[in-house]
Design a protein around this ligand. Structure first.
Ligand code: SAH
Length: 214
């Protein structure tokens, strides 16, 4: 069991986040606030702040804390921005973005995960996170455009609906790769009508499925 989650959380941020060079104060503050242990099964709570992903059921995982910090930092979120997340999963990443002041829209395709995350958001006071049960590779056209889009599952390529639903200027982060379980973290930047693509390093995510996924 987690004895003192606040102290363990501080240690996680100091060693795994700041210790690896993430300096983004908004990300650090958010990760110090979100009770990560409540986003995993009770039986796994003692490992909630460890330096690796954890299973959340249905073959899915909650990402390693460092990866959540890295992606949140690359997104360069400013308070009030509209952020679309694909792959709600446990809801942890969405809660971190909400703590950073984002207006979060999150899409999940596995119904029990969607339901569990919704319940948790309301229990923890994240009533303002909007959720949808759907194929997130199609985005959320009715709510578009989005200042930022974050995909937390790895697909064969960048789904075109997501690029279309990205604001100009806007940033989209997505793991992309042709072999499952190992991808490149891709950063798409839209600016003045042009779209730039950068490789931000290797990552390992669960599969993005759906029309524009695997
Ligand atoms: N952001 C999550 C990580 C979850 S793992 C967290 O913080 O816990 C990736 C999630 O993406 C899984 O829950 C999986 O079901 C979901 N997923 C995969 N393909 C999807 C799709 N096409 N649309 C929506 N969700 C998808």
């Amino acid at each position: 069991m987690v004895i003192d989650p606040k102290r363990i959380r501080e240690k996680m941020v100091r060693e795994q986040i700041e210790g690896r060079g993430i300096k983004d104060q908004e990300v650090i503050t958010a990760m110090l606030s979100v009770p990560r242990h409540l986003f995993v099964d009770e039986a796994l709570q003692s490992q909630a702040y460890a330096d690796h992903p954890l299973p959340i059921g249905y073959g899915q995982t909650i990402s390693q804390p460092y990866i959540v910090a890295l992606m949140s930092s690359l997104l360069d979120v400013k308070p009030g921005m509209k952020v679309l997340e694909i792959g709600t999963g446990s809801g942890y990443q969405a809660a971190v973005l909400a703590e950073m002041g984002a207006d979060v829209f999150s899409v999940e395709r596995v119904k029990p995960l969607y339901q569990r995350a919704r319940k948790l958001f309301s229990q923890l006071g994240y009533h303002y996170i909007k959720t949808k049960l759907d194929d997130g590779t199609m985005g959320w056209p009715q709510k578009s455009p989005f200042d930022r889009i974050l995909v937390t599952a790895g697909g064969p390529d960048v789904p075109t609906p997501l690029v279309d639903q990205l604001s100009d200027p806007g940033i989209l982060i997505i793991p992309v790769g042709d072999s499952k379980r190992s991808q490149k973290l891709i950063k798409i930047t839209k600016n003045d009508g042009s779209v730039e693509r950068e490789d931000m390093g290797s990552v390992a995510f669960v599969d993005l499925v759906g029309k524009f996924g695997w």
